[in-house]
Design a protein around this ligand. Structure first.
Ligand SMILES: Nc1ncnc2c1ncn2[C@@H]1O[C@H](COP(=O)(O)OP(=O)(O)OP(=O)(O)O)[C@@H](O)[C@H]1O
Length: 275
């Protein structure tokens, strides 16, 4: 089920992360990324851990999610698949903080080289989570690309360092998704389907989220745009942790590190992709 909240509106109340927390410039470039895939290196690492998450919408009698547990390692790609109406979108909305779970929580847990927890787990703060909804272009609010990406940014006269920070983030996000050939005054609605998805991603990437959630990122795209978005996500997982909900299993098979099936009633089970 698509949400009716504009992705851009997630920036209301947005606070920039200090520039020192951003990766070095090279790591934004897919071709130059110096980061090595975390899965192949023996070093300390973090996991996003969903523990006993259940959800029953207020005023209803049926639970949409039933004690969901899973763990997703940083800089990896997770895919949730399953029947329509099983609760996949509902789970993403909880992870993004758009709904409050009835019980359970999401943590970030650090592990040492020996794969043992090396400090106590920290609750995941939802301002570090980015979400791109299904058909995000339906929620574009601005009449040019620049305003769409910067919707919700501070408008008051701010100091020059904050402005520099914002400008740098904007430039990096636009380069990262390959929108640099597109004029910033172009109407977002006139972009091709694939470029609209790139724009929706750029809006989230400005924040450099720790966890990037995407709901059906290939829905409604032609074969060329689908291939482009898959390639883009393959590059993004070198720098970010990505969790996707999709019915398009074949397209994602080459980049999935972890997969789960959501069964009717909101029960999540780890399962290899049936492709
Ligand atoms: N606020 C709500 N109150 C009651 N029922 C809801 C609410 N939100 C979603 N639902 C129902 O919860 C179920 C799960 O919906 P959800 O959109 O999470 O499924 P999904 O697995 O993402 O489906 P699809 O693959 O079609 O997108 C559906 O039956 C939906 O109608």
């Amino acid at each position: 089920m698509a949400s009716f909240v504009s992705v851009s509106k997630l920036f209301v109340g947005w606070k920039p992360t200090p520039l020192s927390n951003l990766p070095a410039r090279d790591s934004f470039s897919s071709s130059n990324s110096l980061r090595t895939n975390a899965l192949s290196v023996k070093s300390d690492y973090s996991c996003f851990e969903v523990r006993d998450l259940s959800y029953r919408p207020p005023g209803t009698e049926h639970s949409l999610l039933d004690t969901v547990n899973f763990s997703l390692r940083e800089k990896s790609f997770g895919l949730i698949f399953g029947q329509s109406g099983s609760g996949k979108t509902t789970l993403l909305q909880l992870l993004a903080g758009l709904s409050k779970p009835t019980s359970g929580s999401v943590y970030v847990q650090k592990y040492g080289k020996d794969d043992k927890p090396c400090q106590s787990s920290q609750p995941l703060t939802t301002d570090r989570v980015g979400i791109v909804f299904q058909f995000p272009e339906r929620y574009f609010v601005a009449d040019n690309v620049l305003d769409e990406v910067t919707f919700g940014w501070p408008r008051q006269k701010s100091d020059v360092y904050l402005k520099q920070d914002l400008a740098l983030r904007l430039q990096r996000a636009i380069n990262w998704v390959g929108l640099n050939g597109i004029p910033l005054d172009k109407d977002p609605h006139s972009l091709s389907g694939g470029y609209k998805r790139r724009l929706a991603l750029a809006i989230q990437l400005v924040q450099f989220p720790d966890l990037l959630l995407l709901d059906e990122p290939l829905a409604g795209l032609d074969w060329k745009a689908r291939a482009d978005v898959v390639k883009l996500l393959k590059n993004l997982k070198k720098d970010l942790t990505v969790l996707v909900v999709s019915h398009d299993l074949k397209e994602f098979a080459g980049l999935v590190d972890y997969s789960w099936r959501m069964e009717m009633g909101g029960v999540l089970r780890e399962e290899a992709l049936p492709v």
